[in-house]
Design a protein around this ligand. Structure first.
Ligand code: NAD
Length: 460
């Protein structure tokens, strides 16, 4: 027999569970074990859905994302203290408008004397996804659209410092799914993501594929999991400007790209190598486009604010990642409201070599294209992530692209053209360099299946 106190404890825990979990925010669970059980059941149901029904769900996610883009942008900035609301709003709009849906799953057919063979893109099943603090809701939404388009269900383990924003997006996706007639808990997450919940997710037999978007640590952990994994890792994108470029446009484009969302995007210009004979003009055009030029002692002062030195090695001071340029300036005694700080340094300065994700761009003078390419490749550290160039010389464009071997290479435009903002091609916030899928989309989250019919359906 239960006594009154026991009954009231149970009622309280159920109510609190409803408020915290399924009731208040759809798809958010107290434990990874519960999230996995729920998503497994959702996937079982989702297997029966047609491609048309998948598209209906995706259309509903796109619509809600557009409606709540600004709200999520505000939430992201508020929770993490990083980035800019206007830019984050654009990022959500990009996800909604330019993340491919089921049209990305093109089958292939071979026909010939022996009949017909068909290759179709099949779901993996339940996918486990680890998301970063820099694009928390954008990555959840973009992954959800692509993974659902591929016929999968998803369990997220978001970055602990951005869990509210990421889980808001999980709830939004579930609201859209239910509105479109889809199953409950097709996309799930945990209320308090930890390394432990991440490990449980990675090791669970329910999870058939893993996707991680983040720095080198998480990609390494994922690739040691023994499962099919997609790793979208760190970058440190250089931009080269040679003396054939339209310097005024190059300055404007670089300021726009490097200051976008306070330099949080992994694709954003993070250091610049400029031909000496155009560097003064380039700096002038950057200042005209809204950059603040920092000189002398102030550069060293800024270095002490945003970087931590240990045994001659520099790492980022995390509390300064993605902050407004004006805050850095204020910290070193300058009262100005610019969107980017620029300064001239030598090649080995930490502003060049460290992936800072702060609105600070170092400019290094070089004498020719070979020197520019050599130094840019060194600064990219072999990540093969992103690199950019402003030039009208086809030989220079080609030479740099061949040498740097990056997944994204943008010519004569801001870096964000590489993810579909003002450039052709689809959007993603999971750029898989290490594992080679490139700019991920629905097809990245599928497995190929071959179906062979001998002596039939070859009709010509
Ligand atoms: P982060 O590496 O600190 O965290 C990313 C995610 O990985 C988080 O969910 C975190 O909890 C988890 N994580 C970290 N170490 C882990 C480990 N050892 N085991 C399991 N999980 C672990 O990255 P961040 O600061 O949130 O994001 C910025 C980094 O991500 C930058 O390096 C940036 O270049 C990169 N990034 C890459 C892409 C891309 O598409 N390639 C996109 C966005 C960000």
């Amino acid at each position: 027999m239960l006594n009154e106190q026991k009954i009231s404890e149970i009622v309280e825990s159920v109510i609190s569970g409803m408020q915290k979990g399924n009731k208040k925010q759809l798809g958010i669970f107290d434990s990874m074990t519960d999230a996995l059980t729920a998503v497994e059941e959702a996937y079982r149901q989702y297997r029966r859905y047609s491609v048309e029904q998948r598209e209906k769900i995706i259309a509903a996610i796109r619509k809600l994302t557009l409606e709540e883009a600004e709200k999520m942008a505000e939430l992201g900035v508020k929770e993490t203290g990083m980035g800019r609301v206007v830019d984050k709003t654009i990022k959500h709009q990009l996800v909604a408008n330019k993340t491919p849906g089921t049209e990305d799953l093109q089958p292939r057919v071979y026909t010939g004397d022996d009949g017909m063979t068909l290759i179709e893109m099949a779901p993996y099943g339940v996918i486990g996804s680890i998301t970063p603090s820099t694009n928390p809701s954008e990555t959840v939404l973009c992954n959800s659209i692509g993974m659902i388009a591929g016929g999968n269900a998803v369990v997220f383990n978001p970055h602990p410092n951005a869990k509210e924003t990421a889980n808001y997006a999980v709830d939004l996706v579930n609201r859209a799914i239910l509105e479109a007639g889809g199953p409950e808990n097709l996309v799930v997450s945990v209320e308090n993501p930890t390394q432990e919940s991440s490990r449980e997710m990675m090791q669970s037999p329910i999870v058939r594929m893993l996707v991680a978007t983040g720095g080198p640590g998480v990609v390494k952990a994922l690739l040691s999991s023994g499962k099919k994994a997609i790793g979208a890792g760190a970058g440190n994108p250089p931009v080269i400007v040679d003396d054939t470029a339209d310097i005024a446009k190059a300055g404007r484009d670089i300021v726009n790209g490097a200051s976008f969302d306070n330099n949080l995007p992994c694709i954003a210009e993070k250091e610049c190598f400029a031909f000496s004979n155009i560097t003064d003009d380039l700096i002038q055009s950057m200042v005209k486009a809204g950059a603040y030029i920092l000189k002398g002692e102030k550069i060293e002062q800024l270095k002490k604010v945003c970087l931590i030195e240990k045994d001659g090695k520099y790492s980022i001071n995390k509390k300064w990642v993605g902050r407004d340029a004006s805050k850095f300036l204020k910290e070193i005694g300058i009262d100005a409201d610019n969107k980017l700080i620029i300064c001239e340094t030598e090649e080995m300065h930490p502003f060049v070599q460290v992936e800072m994700m702060m609105p600070i761009l170092a400019i290094v003078r070089v004498n020719n294209i070979d020197e520019a390419i050599e130094k840019a490749c060194r600064a990219e550290h072999g990540n093969r992530h992103s690199a950019h160039i402003h030039s009208k010389n086809i030989d220079n464009l080609t030479k740099f692209a061949r040498a740097v071997e990056t997944t994204i290479f943008v010519k004569n435009a801001p870096s964000y053209a590489g993810i579909g903002a003002g450039g052709e091609g689809h959007t993603t916030f999971t750029i898989a360099g290490p594992t080679g899928e490139g700019l991920t989309s629905a097809r990245s989250f599928t497995r190929q299946r071959r179906c062979v019919l001998v002596d039939g359906l070859h009709i010509v």
